[in-house]
Design a protein. Structure first.
Length: 128
């Protein structure tokens, strides 16, 4: 009986892990879809160039492309004015799959540490 309970518990836990999919796609890793999203404060559209001179924890919105993955949850984001590193937690993808050619809109907070500036993304969506 204990073995059956243990197997059932393991099956339920592994199902939850596999259910959260989505993220940056390099055309070699298909992603599953998930429903949901972020609802919170809004910001006016700005540019990468302007973000670099903004204060820490400033809420920003940018449109451009995620060019590549550079770390576990770190990506290079580019708009017409330049590039910046963005941190996108797996849960923020909400099943969305994007590639380097997909234009996206990101919302998040400026994260300044010493001479490094990046965006902690709280919401991401594709833009037509």
């Amino acid at each position: 009986m204990k073995k059956i309970a243990l197997v059932t518990l393991l099956a339920l836990c592994s199902t939850a892990v596999f259910a959260q999919q989505g993220g940056f796609v390099d055309n070699n890793a298909p992603q599953a879809q998930q429903q949901g999203g972020f609802s919170g404060p809004s910001a006016t559209l700005t540019t990468v160039d302007k973000v670099k001179s903004m204060g820490d924890d400033t809420w920003v919105m940018l449109q451009g492309n995620i060019e590549q993955r550079v770390g576990d949850e770190l990506y290079t984001f580019r708009d017409a004015t330049g590039t910046i590193t963005v941190e996108i937690d797996q849960k923020r993808w909400n099943g969305l799959s994007v590639g380097p050619k997909d234009k996206v809109q990101i919302e998040g907070k400026v994260d300044k540490e010493w001479s490094n500036v990046e965006i902690d993304v709280k919401n991401i969506k594709k833009v037509n």
